[in-house]
Design a protein around this ligand. Structure first.
Ligand code: ZN
Length: 385
């Protein structure tokens, strides 16, 4: 048993449900905070638990380069290493290889690239990326894909989509042959401390990724052929790569109608609070984005009264809470004046508090979305503006 998905309520195309993973249940639609290197920058795991985070995203590319997969595997896998008992999803590393590293060579076999850390030559393939993700031991792992750049010529989009399909088959084949090697699985023979027996009959779930650029026809074909290969969940990849937001939405709509209703649908790398509500309305179940955490570190805060740039001088004497409608521990305790001072003084605490609030705001937004769906209402983004 790897994963179960139950839809409990629908409203239009939106669905509210429950994803049952080897490390607990996840209520959907869900926003997954990004914990790039086994950490949501600035926020300890106990606060993530308090915020109600049920699933975190880890980046295979980053963990592969540092501290290295073998190190994490020996320490019992990512859950044990970072002391996080709830669900984790890892990406395949494909997106970062194409966006962060100096790409050396792309072949049928895989991708040779230079590490952005030390310039060393590295190689990832469907087999290597799947092996790495089994070693990390996330509950949900992703097929290795090529994220098509934008804009791209039609012939280039097709050949990239075809490559992703061939890589999806190879990812699945490797996964099926090696899935019991997961650090918490029954087939694992490791040097780490004994793994929890409660998880022993469980395995990870491998999701497929639909590509096809900004072409609805190719998106349909990519969806159909990925479904033919067969996965317990499907992601929509290759979006948020610089295209206009309107086009992102059109492609999500064009793709989602070809995905099975009974499996989870994951939209990778989106979006603003307004957008995540919109995508939930289209029937997306899972989303992730660096926006709330990255923006927080730059003093950009999402509130029920709109976006706030806390560095502005006008907050210097503001005794009010960051967001009067937010119940998070930051808004309950600290003033805008204090947050502005911390940010202006470059205090580490500014990053911590800002990130806690932004994550809380995103999680509350999704909680409200699930509540609306349960009531049969259309989820709406509630903003004072
Ligand atoms: Zn708050």
């Amino acid at each position: 048993m790897a994963l179960r998905f139950q839809i409990e309520a629908t409203s239009g195309a939106a669905r509210a449900g429950r994803l049952i993973t080897p490390h607990g249940e996840v209520q959907t639609p869900v926003f997954m905070p990004v914990g790039t290197l086994g950490s949501v920058k600035g926020v300890p795991q106990e606060i993530l638990e308090e915020l109600g985070v049920e699933i975190l995203l880890g980046n295979t590319y980053h963990l592969y380069l540092r501290p290295g997969i073998e190190q994490v595997r020996r320490l019992g896998g990512l859950h044990r290493f970072m002391s996080w008992d709830r669900a984790i999803l890892t990406d395949s590393g494909g997106f970062q290889v194409f966006s962060l590293s100096e790409l050396r060579k792309l072949t049928e076999e895989g991708v040779t690239f230079r590490s952005h850390l030390d310039g060393s030559t590295q190689f990832l393939s469907p087999e290597a990326a799947t092996e790495a993700q089994i070693g990390l031991g996330a509950d949900i792992i992703m097929a290795f894909d090529e994220c098509t750049e934008y804009p791209a010529e039609p012939s280039r989009v097709r050949s990239s989509m075809e490559l992703t399909l061939r890589w999806a088959e190879r990812s699945k084949k490797y996964f099926e042959e090696h899935k019991h090697e997961v650090p918490w699985g029954r087939g694992h023979v490791g040097t780490a401390a004994p793994t929890a027996p409660t998880h022993s009959d469980r395995t990870q779930a491998l999701f497929g990724i639909v590509q096809g650029g900004m072409d609805p026809v190719l998106r349909k074909e990519s969806a159909e052929r990925t479904i033919e290969i067969g996965f317990p969940g499907y992601a929509i990849g290759g979006l948020s790569v610089g295209e206009p937001r309107k086009l992102t939405r059109e492609i999500v709509e064009a793709t989602i109608q070809h995905l099975p209703a009974e499996t989870p649908r994951y939209l990778m790398g989106v979006g603003t609070p307004e957008e995540i509500v919109e995508y939930a309305n289209l029937g997306i179940d899972m989303m992730d984005c660096v926006l709330p955490t990255r923006a927080a570190r730059h003093g950009l805060l999402f509130t029920s009264e709109g976006k706030i740039s806390i560095k502005q001088a006008r907050y210097a004497g503001d005794r009010g809470p960051l967001d009067p409608n937010c119940g998070c521990r930051v808004c309950a305790r600290y003033s805008r004046a204090y947050l502005r001072h911390l940010y202006a003084s470059n205090e580490i605490l500014a990053q911590v508090l800002n990130t806690v609030h932004n994550l809380s705001f995103y999680l509350d937004t999704m909680r409200a979305v699930r509540h609306s769906i349960a009531l049969g209402d259309r989820p709406q983004f509630l903003s004072g503006k």
